[in-house]
Design a binder for this molecule. Sequence first.
Ligand code: B12
Ligand code: SF4
Length: 471
Amino acid sequence: MHLLLINPSNPLVSIVNLGESRWNRYRVWQPLSLMALAGLTPQEWEVTIVDENLGVPDYSAMPRPDLVGITAFTSQAGRAYVVAAHFRRLGVPVVMGGIHATMCLDEVSQRVDTVVTGEAEGIWPQVLEDARQGRLQRRYDGGLARIEEMRPARHDLLQPRYAFGAIQTTRGCPLNCSFCSVTSFNGATYRQRPIEDVIREFQITPEKRILVVDDNLVGTRAEHIARAKALFRAMAEADLHKEWIGQVTINFADDEELLELAAKSGCKGVFIGFETPSPEGLRELGKKINLVKGRDFRASVERIHRYGMLVVGSFIIGLDADRPGIGGRIAAAATHYGVDNINALFLTPLPGTQLWDKMAGEQRLAVDEFPQDWQYYTLTYPVARYRNLSLDQVITEMDDCGRKFYSIPRIVRRAGASLWQRRGLLISLVASLSYRNNLRVDRHAYEEFKRARGSRYEGSSLAENRPAATG
Ligand code: B12
Ligand code: SF4
């Protein structure tokens, strides 16, 4: 029996041509969901993984599989349906799972044979057995897996063309920010894998550099932090010789022992959601952990830097609290905090989030002809009607934020600081220059977007989406 697992591309997020440049390896990330599914698949199935982000193969020239499994984030849904239609025309049953299938069950059900909602660990072997016996059901629900049920992902099935491997050590997030799908999909209960399983998985991962995909790697409570410390200690003791990056909340910087152990275990950099410089905006997003009294973001970043780890700060533009000038304010705040790079994104209502309920309820989804419009839900297009910023204004703010943070004098100043503090100078410099270069690409993409979807913003209920007074 042959199982073909596919990670569809999003045509708007450029497919990476690895032949073009060595650096492109750093722009493509492994589809861990499919590697995890392969790890749960019994041996009698031969498994192939296709990651369309590396190039779209000619499926008709490939051997006919017995079953196709497709994963998709929301932004990939349109392409997922094209792939599904191709195989269904050939009579091959198609199963789809993952975050989009879970949040948009009805839409997905109309386009594939079987939908698997939730996490796959508890249900995938049954789906395969039913497929083998020709009695696939229309729907299965995996719910939330018991964390011990996670098997090591198949790290041997992908082409060795990625700069980073991928590993997951926890699931869920207790914080439930309004714009984020993680709590509604993986739950608010923070589930941590047994440490020995994680160490074993690091050992079988061929890549030297690893993305730890956990949404909130260290957690929030004392017992979460204690487990994170135990994990980092075990990683350091296991002499893994791996370097890793991960996503944490700002409380990572509150504990010197945690920072020291993370650095010893091979941590080279962390992504942190600062989201917005204003407390009003943080309240709107429900990002409570950033509002803790006495938080000093600059001191936190400085502490992380002291242990040789880079900090990428994530910010959101388009909040109800945002007024013209927000792009410049974010660039100034990020510069003041001392982060090495920023990732600025448009506020985007993703299905299943509190933000979706709010914006859909207020008729503020401007780009909403689904499924084709899902391609714009990459957080890099302004798909909603923003309270105090028109379409042109929100784009200007995004551009302004990038131009100001990535101005040449600021890049040079940050490079000097990295050199002085002996942390990832080259990585930080290359990332900065590549972000700067992307600003031009983004401008072109926004023009295309406005041509294609700009008319949807006319007649907005939000005071015609007219500019509000600068505040
Ligand atoms: C790593 C990651 C990335 C990597 C992608 C790596 C890759 N190729 O998969 C990168 C950095 C490229 C990325 C990009 C984006 N990401 Co991202 N990403 C993640 C992250 C942190 C981890 C994903 C992961 O590996 N999880 C571990 C695996 C094991 O879990 P899983 O994917 O859920 O798979 C399980 C189940 O879903 C199920 N399953 C999944 N697929 C299938 C298929 C079948 C057939 C079956 C049966 C079951 C099944 O079984 C698996 C085992 O239980 C998630 C958060 C999260 N917790 O998932 C966000 C997340 C998926 N990303 C998100 C977003 C929004 C994006 C972006 C759109 C925007 C951005 N800039 O971040 C872009 C997408 C660009 C594009 N291509 O269109 C959102 C998606 C929400 C949504 N509704 O789509 C998430 C949930 C984060 C969030 N804050 O809400 N991301
Ligand atoms: S802290 Fe991060 S992972 Fe957790 S809900 Fe907020 S944005 Fe999502």
